[in-house]
Design a binder for this molecule. Structure first.
Ligand code: SAM
Length: 311
């Protein structure tokens, strides 16, 4: 259905947990959430079903880290069976992916985005707080073997921290049928000001002039490639190229609240209506209608870290 600004809202991001097994520098402090406060697979199914009745066709599971939930395949299977859901995706840091890839595919997962900010072991450890680069690389291989498609790598560049390694990440798109996407650093860190660390999409294009535009209708990313590339390089630029006018998503948080825009703290709690299907659908419609016109990242720290919200 269309929101009040004429945008067709078709995409629901579902944070299944705030818990995470990494502690990325740009994501806010690690959250200790009790498992009991997370939605159950049945509750997630009810909430996603209500949104499907409002025109949602694509669901992405995220977190926190979705693969820390050992009932993740149950959650996927339930969503897969909901009428109207055509695309089922997941975003993960990849640490547990080699163990789960086949089961995720079997449970109905189509595609996976894997966060990887550096291919250098010590930079990776510095950015995530964990010495698990090898496991993530194994996870990417296992996802390919399991037939998950497309596979996309998400990287956040920070000046002076991992920005020199952008070329090595781009090489992954040359050598593999994988898209490597650079997401501009958003101001969510509890450390406060991080604008000086921002590497914009245009800076990446200046630094790697061999990248040429590829026509694509998908999502918000601008895509690039070069002769001999098997994958593409994508730029996601929420700071330098605001894409709110074509935003098609709302976010379900791990406690049953819904956030219509990542840039605002405003949330709507659906849990009081969890056992009333028609009320849930009415509330979901209202939330979509109330989606704000655009984010407000220019107001520093407008929102919580993505580990709490669901990236
Ligand atoms: N744990 C999963 C993962 O690591 O992919 C899913 C959650 S994570 C919050 C989702 C995405 O948000 C990751 O690709 C991460 O790089 C991105 N992200 C987190 N904080 C960010 C920030 N301040 N600016 C830009 N992207 C951010």
């Amino acid at each position: 259905m269309k929101d009040n600004f004429g945008r067709d809202i078709t995409y629901l991001r579902v944070s299944v947990t705030k818990r995470c097994n990494l502690n990325c520098v740009y994501c806010g402090k690690t959250v200790c959430e009790k498992k009991e406060s997370e939605l159950s697979p049945e509750e997630i199914e009810k909430l996603v079903s209500a949104f499907a009745k409002c025109g949602i066709t694509k669901v992405r599971l995220t977190g926190g880290e979705p693969l820390v939930r050992n009932d993740i395949c149950d959650i996927l299977g339930r969503i897969r069976r909901i009428d109207g859901i055509r695309t089922l995706a997941l975003t993960t840091n990849g640490v547990h992916l080699s163990r789960y890839a086949k089961d995720l595919k079997q449970a109905g997962l189509d595609s996976v985005n894997i966060s990887l900010d550096s291919t250098d072991g010590s930079t990776y450890r510095h950015m995530t707080g964990a010495d698990v680069l090898k496991k993530v690389l194994e996870g990417i291989e296992e996802a390919q073997r399991a037939g998950l498609s497309p596979i996309k790598i998400n990287a956040v560049l920070m000046k002076g921290i991992n920005s020199d390694g952008a070329g090595d990440l781009i090489e992954l798109a040359r050598e593999n049928e994988i898209d490597v996407r650079f997401i501009e650093l958003m101001p969510f860190s509890d450390e406060g000001e991080n604008a000086s660390l921002l590497v914009t999409g245009d800076e990446i294009l200046r630094r790697y002039p061999f990248l040429e535009p590829v026509v694509s209708e998908e999502g918000f990313a601008r895509y690039y490639a070069s002769a001999g590339f098997r994958g593409r390089v994508g730029l996601i630029e929420p700071i330098s190229h605001k894409f709110c006018s074509s935003c098609n998503r709302v976010r379900l948080l791990s406690d049953g609240k819904v956030r219509p825009c990542l840039g605002y703290e405003t949330v709507y709690d659906l849990m009081p209506f969890i056992d009333d299907e028609s009320r849930l659908i009415r509330e979901a419609r209202e939330i979509i209608l109330r989606k704000p016109a655009g984010h407000s990242f220019e107001n520093k720290n407008a929102a919580h870290g993505l580990n709490r919200t669901g990236g």
